[in-house]
Design a protein around this ligand. Structure first.
Ligand code: CAA
Length: 248
């Protein structure tokens, strides 16, 4: 196992996360696929049902909102594997509601899961990645972190924060051969988007010039590219994949 490159993907069991795990396994990585502690049974059935290439995907219980848990689990990962080549910070949730109605728990849950997780997960791995002299950190932000979205003050704030983090960390890691980039998907065919009310989703689709949602595979392919040697000179960038819905 130690001869393989290692990728760690948070929020792995979601729509985009699953596609990323498939793509990274196809690319030959040993993939550590994180899920919330307590979801071990779902993780096992997910691994069974996805039939990942060459059994290269391994579940890992990690609470991305818990600084101490991340520190402990990820230090153990470094001891076991000796390296992390690619870190994909993908874990994210929504608690959509107008700001007028938003309570602090809805604000805080989203900021914790989508933004504070970047600190919790990246901090225990960052120094080791720099010492390796090579690495890729890829943060999954959102079109809505760039354009804002009615009903998503919490989510848009967290996703915009991820972009500032990406650019700053890219500056700090550039001389060590570690690139840090963000991918900003538009509306993608995942359970998160399909849980929107039909009329809301219809009103969004008409704002997309390509008149369709992204597929998770389209998003995963961009992560595969950013993780590759071919993307060595790209850092601090945010790659928009949104069918033309937002250009800036
Ligand atoms: N712009 C302006 N006004 C809007 C609006 C918009 N985009 N959307 C709704 N409104 C208005 C409505 O017209 C309505 O006005 P009136 O009261 O005058 O009739 C009012 O706001 C309330 O609208 P709703 O009936 O929809 O209110 P609600 O409380 O049932 O729902 C909401 C509010 C939860 C925010 C709902 O509108 C919603 O789900 N919006 C979509 C949010 C969204 O896009 N989430 C993305 C999830 S996927 C994701 O996050 C992945 C990713 O990265 C892209």
């Amino acid at each position: 196992m130690k001869d393989k490159k290692v990728a760690l993907v948070t929020g792995a069991m979601g729509g985009i996360g699953t596609a990323i795990c498939h793509k990274m396994a196809e690319d030959g990585y040993h993939v550590l696929a994180t899920h919330r502690p307590g979801k071990e049974d779902s993780a096992t059935s997910w691994i069974d049902s996805e039939a990942f290439p060459a059994n290269l995907v391994e579940p890992l219980a990690l609470d991305v909102c818990d600084t101490a848990d991340c520190d402990q689990v990820l230090k153990k990962v470094m001891e076991d594997f000796g390296r992390i080549d690619v870190l994909v910070n993908n874990a994210g949730i929504t608690r959509d509601t107008t700001f007028k109605r938003m309570n602090f728990a809805q604000w805080n849950d989203v900021i914790n899961t989508n933004l504070n997780s970047l600190f919790n997960v990246t901090q225990p791995l960052f120094q080791a990645m720099c010492e390796q002299g090579n690495g890729r950190i890829i943060n999954i932000t959102s079109i809505n972190g760039l354009k804002g979205q009615f009903g998503q003050a919490n989510y848009a704030a967290a996703k915009a924060g991820m972009i500032g983090f990406t650019k700053s960390l890219a500056l700090e890691s550039a001389r060590f051969g570690v690139t840090v980039n963000a991918v900003a998907p538009g509306y993608t065919a995942t359970p998160m988007v399909s849980s929107l009310k039909e009329e809301v989703l219809d009103s969004i689709k008409v704002q997309i010039p390509q008149r369709r949602l992204a597929t998770p595979v389209e998003i995963a392919k961009s992560i595969s590219y950013l993780a590759s040697e071919d993307a060595a000179y790209i850092t601090g960038e945010t790659l928009n994949i949104n069918g033309g819905q937002y250009m800036h």
